[in-house]
Ligand binder design. Structure first.
Ligand code: C2E
Ligand code: MG
Ligand code: MG
Length: 472
């Protein structure tokens, strides 16, 4: 079926259908939604149609445009659209949804399996190499999201159908290349819940409803606290505690990450400076920073403001970033690191060894600390041979850091064996449940007091013992 050709007696006219993409000749996004609405409309006396939408996300078109120019990118897009169109035939209609996404509407499918079968054929067709007019061979990979009408509720609109396909394609992208994800009712419910929780997160930030917990970073040999890592916590009024990895990602998506970052940094610097002056020891504040926040123009200024407001010397602040978050914006990260280090702030690469970052980046990105991910602490079995492998890996990672003048810290240390592994391979500082869990500020403060005021804690205990033994 060609675009605009009506298989049923529909109300769809004009506006959307004239709307075409100049590069591919396919219909536009607006026209696509218009056609979806038509396919979903209920007409008295006729059976409800079973429309399905397939979104095909293309990876490799942008690269072709960047290396060979826009004309090559456009040519590639047209060739790919042609392949998809051949597979779809008269069963569906195509539209250009965005720069690198093509949509297919199947107005009325006999069975969802037909669309799935087509999706597989499209993946195979599109991912086979393409030769451009310039004789250049390019490889495109695709992520497909498929939704059929039956997973949506009865009142669903065309926009809901397209949105559901978008959720599926996002899931496919997240889980690998050349994948097809079929949208389920659960996926939609999860996305709806995420939106609702996101709204509550915004409110919690406004209402000061997030808390900062502190996990001691210790000298491994003695257990003495050298500083604290600030870890943000949020308990949702209905759902209870939400994992930071989840709500930090939400804050990024909702544009709230700068507010969240500022709140944690200002709270942690003030708290750690308070402990430092109370006990007369220079403690370090370790604060996690999102890559998106780091990339903001005002980031370095914001750090300066927090340091000035708290009185914490810059040399006692360690900002932790993960490999995965700095990788996409490496140049920006490099310039931010330089500016921060010029102030005296140290930079740590968190979860080191888990990202896909090439080791050579360590040389070009100026980093002060690597936090060796806890997956390197375990061999998983008591086998002596594996134990040696763990040692060799740890030794290699820590030694590499040392050779580049970078200190290695351990994280996620849960038992004495893991601590011993780190110590014998040259790592002297770390954190983990073995020493303490992340604690609310009052408990972390009490733990510090115990450590740093042994005399007063001893006298407190004697006092307490005296109280118990003294008859009332
Ligand atoms: P991270 O920075 O690598 O923090 C360490 C995580 O390991 C924390 O998880 C901590 O609770 C957990 N942990 C500590 N010791 C142990 C241990 O011995 N065993 C195990 N299994 N886990 C241990 P949490 O608090 O859930 O945070 C997860 C991640 O969320 C953090 O990983 C960090 O990337 C991010 N995050 C936490 N707070 C913030 C924040 O304020 N801002 C930003 N941007 N990210 C944050
Ligand atoms: Mg961290
Ligand atoms: Mg970590």
């Amino acid at each position: 079926m060609r675009w605009g050709q009506k298989s049923r007696n529909t109300h769809a006219t004009g506006a959307g259908l004239r709307d075409r993409d100049e590069v591919t000749g396919l219909a536009s996004y607006a026209a696509f939604v218009h056609e979806c609405a038509d396919a979903m409309s209920i007409r008295p006396g006729t059976a409800q149609a079973s429309p399905a939408v397939l979104l095909v996300d293309l990876e490799g078109v942008a690269e072709a445009s960047e290396t060979d120019g826009h004309a090559a990118g456009a040519e590639l897009l047209r060739l790919v659209a042609g392949r998809i169109s051949r597979e779809v035939g008269s069963l569906g209609v195509l539209a250009r949804m965005s720069d690198h996404q093509i949509g297919v509407l199947f107005p009325d499918l006999s069975a969802p399996a037909v669309a799935l079968d087509l999706a597989y054929r499209i993946v195979t067709a599109v991912s086979s190499p393409t030769v451009l007019a310039s004789q250049r061979r390019v490889q495109v990979s695709v992520s497909c999201g498929l939704v059929t009408r039956d997973v949506l509720d009865a009142r669903a609109t065309a926009a809901d159908l397209v949105r559901a396909a978008g959720l599926a394609v996002r899931e496919a992208r997240r889980t690998g290349r050349n994948r097809i994800e079929v949208c389920s009712a659960e996926l939609i419910a999860d996305a709806d819940e995420t939106i609702a929780i996101g709204r509550d997160l915004r409110q919690a930030l406004l209402d000061n409803g997030l808390r900062v917990y502190y996990q001691p970073v210790v000298e491994l040999a003695s257990g003495r606290a050298l500083g604290f890592e600030a870890l943000v916590r949020w308990s949702h009024p209905v759902h209870g505690p939400v994992a930071p990895s989840r709500f930090v990602a939400m804050a990024e998506e909702l544009g709230l990450i700068s507010e969240l970052g500022r709140m944690v940094l200002s709270t942690a610097t003030a708290q750690v400076q308070h402990w430092s002056t109370t006990y007369g020891v220079p403690l370090n504040a370790h604060v996690n920073v999102s890559g998106l926040d780091l990339a903001q123009d005002g980031f370095v200024g914001m750090v300066q403001e927090c340091l000035a407001a708290s009185g914490l010397p810059a040399t006692q602040l360690v900002l932790e970033v993960t490999e995965a978050t700095v990788e996409p914006e490496l140049e920006v990260a490099r310039s931010r690191f330089e500016a921060l280090q010029a102030m005296g702030v140290r930079v740590a690469l968190d979860d080191f060894g888990t990202g896909g970052m090439a080791l050579s980046y360590l040389q070009s990105l100026s980093v002060d600390i690597i936090k060796v991910d806890r997956t390197y602490l375990d061999d998983g079995t008591p086998d002596a041979l594996d134990e040696r492998r763990v040692d060799e890996l740890l030794n290699g990672l820590i030694g590499l850091g040392k050779a580049l003048g970078i200190e290695a810290y351990g994280e996620g240390i849960e038992d004495e064996t893991q601590k011993a592994r780190l110590l014998r391979n040259g790592c002297a500082i770390g954190q983990g449940y073995l020493f303490a869990r992340p604690l609310p500020s009052d408990e972390a403060g009490a733990m510090l007091r115990e450590q740093l005021e042994p005399m007063s804690s001893l006298s407190r205990r004697i006092l307490a013992a005296g109280t118990h033994s003294t008859p009332a």
